[in-house]
Ligand binder design. Structure first.
Ligand code: DOR
Ligand code: ZN
Ligand code: ZN
Length: 352
């Protein structure tokens, strides 16, 4: 029997176009999204070049329009000196992304003085997301509070982070957050088996206690998101492995499997992949759009069956209960039983 879920959103993906389409592009990334039961992706700006201007945002959206198989949005990145420019094009952007800690790409804002113009200029009612870990996260929440504005914390991975977010929410601050599958299902004990290069990810895999703290505080987690960060197997196994895991095709099966084990409910999943993302990121309805899953279909996760171009998954060989069978986008079957049916360019932008 099939179970029907509503349109599902991944608010945090890296699709590598422009600049590194051998890892992923708008076509392969959105194909992977549909295969994973995701009907809208919001793409991060740490591309090559980075998306940080009117021109680069327009070029990125144009590439997406021609190739995307599912609906999409594109973030603009906060850089030194682009706060006014970014704010001016905010209506076309999924949101503003600020990189406040070191990760992949060139967008890190080293100096806290360079954060301030962004918190001041970006429209108060429009999504502002931060890569900010540990004490950097505390600083980002302080800046948001000083500006009385919402802030969305990407990929929470630590017990101390989720505890501070709970306290901030209790104090009435407008903080929302997401947690990624790698921090719910893996921890530092898995690094050896994964191999050091493949295990590289930001935020890093944390302790078992951190992982369990995320599960214990699921009520303060607003969204699940993949942080789909494809790098090829060759790159991951090289002397300088870039950080990041693919995730679009494994997030929903892993969450459904957790539901089958009684660790969360289908309503918990729907809230964090549909209702909350839609509200926080101010996303339009996707009419006649739904995801059909078979909760009793047990299968083995295999990179060879994925649509992502990166060619691997940290969950290789995992047995999961819960398979994405069919995805219907605006009344059309977009994906069915391993086959991509949506044409390139049939995805629509979430902003106009
Ligand atoms: O592991 C990561 N990879 N974390 C990030 O924050 C960026 C991402 C990437 O773009 O590869
Ligand atoms: Zn990040
Ligand atoms: Zn990311």
């Amino acid at each position: 029997m099939l179970t029907r879920l509503p349109a599902l959103v991944d608010v945090h993906v890296h699709l590598r176009e422009p600049g590194a389409t051998h890892k992923e592009d708008w076509a392969s990334g959105t194909a992977a999204a549909l295969a994973g039961g995701i009907t809208t992706v919001l793409a991060m700006p740490n591309t090559l070049p980075t998306i940080n201007s009117v021109e680069t945002l327009a070029a990125g959206l144009k590439q997406a329009a021609g190739k995307a198989h599912c609906d999409y949005g594109q973030y603009i990145g906060g850089a030194v000196g682009n706060a006014a420019t970014a704010a001016a094009v905010a209506p076309l952007a999924a949101g503003l992304k600020l990189y406040l800690d070191q990760t992949y790409g060139d967008l890190k804002l080293d100096d806290m003085l360079d954060w301030l113009p962004h918190f001041a200029a970006w429209p108060q009612d429009w999504p502002l997301c931060v890569h900010a870990e540990s004490k950097t996260m505390a600083a980002a929440i302080l800046l948001a509070a000083l500006h009385d504005r919402p802030v969305h914390i990407c990929h929470v991975s630590l017990a101390e982070e989720i505890a501070l977010i709970r306290a901030a929410k209790q104090a009435g601050l407008k903080v929302t957050c997401e947690v990624c599958p790698q921090h719910l299902f893996l921890c530092e004990d898995d690094i050896l088996a994964l191999g050091a290069g493949r295990a590289e990810v930001r935020p890093r895999l944390a302790s078992k206690a951190d992982r369990e703290a995320l599960w214990a505080n699921l009520d303060v987690v607003d969204c699940f998101a993949t942080d789909h960060a494809p790098h090829t197997l060759q790159e991951k196994d090289s002397a300088t492995p870039p950080p990041g895991y693919p995730g679009l095709e494994t997030m929903l099966p892993l969450l459904l499997n957790a539901a089958s084990e009684g660790r969360l409910t289908l309503d918990d999943i729907t809230a964090r992949l549909h209702s909350n993302p839609r509200r926080i990121f101010r996303l339009p309805e996707q009419p006649e759009t739904y995801v059909e899953v078979d909760l009793d279909s047990r299968y083995e996760i295999r990179a060879a069956e994925q649509h992502t171009r990166c060619g691997w998954t940290p969950f290789e060989g995992w047995q999961v209960n819960g398979r994405v069978v069919r995805v219907t986008l605006r009344g059309q079957t977009a994906y069915e039983e391993g086959r991509l049916l949506a044409a390139p360019g049939s995805g629509r932008p979430i902003r106009h």
